[in-house]
Design a binder for this molecule. Structure first.
Ligand code: UDP
Length: 385
């Protein structure tokens, strides 16, 4: 096998771009295809020509990580500006602090608890008969009790996922902390920030290498790869197999843009947790760039719905039905040669940007090692089961 290989990469998001760069720097030739007319996948940001605001076109993306390698890697391609995500929630006509913290508990119950008192208070409400929470609902009842669950999680989750929280895995709620102090940083990671010139600019710089060519508005179909060319597939896993076992379920998002002058909501993200408000959150994009000044403003009302053919997939649902299908696709994937599945769509997981980049770097490490040791490249370097 030659030590200089050619690769065809489907998808110009973080997975595809990072792997392309790593392989190109190792001397391989890479072509990156994307069916859309832009790079950066769902992280795509664009400076709005009318207002000058940097818009997160596919919804809010805040970079946060504990992985030093990923944080250092990003700094090769951008300056990260200080940004802390502080989300508010509107429930029953009042505004609360998120994630659930001492302020939320005191606001919601009209108390002045100390950390210890709040913890004891919630422990009284917790359903301790649930030892190992299986579903989203069990996780909530076990850790925050019925009142906070109904107020902050039940309605939002129904709207976001389109099913009852009893049908969703506990892992979705485990993304959010419950804090017994006044820390309202939405994330608990060591590093957090916003790229100075948006995410599209980072991906463009990652792709800027003589060994990489990019073909936009071009779909790489599964059987399109030239002979000897290895495919890195960051498209939907089920698409590679022509949906032989049926479509894996995704949620997609619709955004209703509005706004003109001034400051509409005074914060980047406000969640609307009541089930009778049809949207899940409102994002005011200029607050993602607090170091910039803008007279005008751009807002998105965000609506979640089932992803149908032709829609952009966002969130893998992973209900019981999807898990059965996923297992069958993974069996097929493990038997494939000439392709490696990567990223959120390629491995059908709810991945944050930092994990996507971490796995892309590690996958590229493995590929380079296999090539140097003249071993075959594997279809999966991360098992998503
Ligand atoms: N969630 C909720 N209420 C909120 C915020 C989040 O019930 O106000 C639940 C919801 O099910 C959501 C999950 O927690 O899908 C994870 O939230 P996160 O903010 O991480 O979602 P993302 O920003 O990735 O859409």
């Amino acid at each position: 096998m030659p030590t200089n290989r050619t690769f065809a990469i489907a998808g110009a998001g973080f997975s595809g771009a990072v792997i392309a760069r790593e392989l190109a720097e190792a001397g391989h030739r890479v072509t990156v295809y994307d069916r859309r007319d832009h790079i950066a996948g769902n992280c795509y940001t664009q400076r709005d020509p009318e207002t000058g605001v940097m818009v997160h076109v596919y919804g809010p993306h805040i970079f946060h990580t504990d992985h030093e390698r990923v944080w250092t890697y990003l700094h090769r391609f951008t300056r990260m500006m200080p940004y802390v995500n502080r989300v508010k929630a509107v429930v029953g006509g009042a505004v609360y602090s998120l994630p659930v913290n001492l302020h939320t508990i005191n606001q919601f119950f009209g108390r002045t608890f100390s950390p210890r008192e709040a913890e004891a208070f919630l422990r009284e409400k917790a359903d301790l008969s649930i030892v190992e929470p299986q579903s989203f609902e069990e996780q909530a009842l076990r850790f925050v009790g019925p009142e906070l669950y109904r107020a902050f999680f039940y309605g939002y989750t129904r709207k976001q996922w389109g099913v009852a929280p009893t049908e969703l895995p506990a892992s979705i709620l485990k993304r959010l902390p419950v804090r017994f102090n006044y820390d309202d940083n939405y994330f608990s990671h060591r590093f957090q920030g916003m790229p100075e010139n948006g995410y599209t600019d980072i991906v463009a710089r990652i792709l800027e290498h003589p060994g990489i060519s990019v073909q936009l508005s071009t779909e790489l179909a599964p059987r399109d790869a030239a002979s000897g060319e290895h495919v890195i597939w960051s498209g939907p896993l089920d698409d590679w197999f022509g949906q032989a076992h049926g479509a894996l379920g995704y949620r997609t998002l619709d955004f209703e843009r509005f706004g003109d002058q001034g400051d509409f909501q005074g914060n980047a993200v406000i969640n609307y947790c009541d089930v009778d408000v049809p949207y899940t959150r409102i994002t005011e994009h200029k607050h993602f760039s607090p170091w910039e000044r803008h007279e005008k403003t751009v807002l998105y009302r965000e609506f979640s719905r089932e992803c149908t053919p032709g829609d952009v997939p966002y969130y893998p649902i992973r209900l019981v039905r999807d898990r059965g299908r996923l297992a069958r696709y993974l069996d097929m994937a493990r038997a494939e040669t000439g392709v490696t599945f990567v990223g959120r769509l390629g491995t059908y997981r709810y991945l944050d940007m930092d994990v996507t980049i971490k796995e892309a770097l590690e996958t590229a490490d493995q590929i380079k090692l296999a090539i140097s040791e003249r071993r075959a490249l594997l279809p999966l370097y991360v098992d998503p089961d």
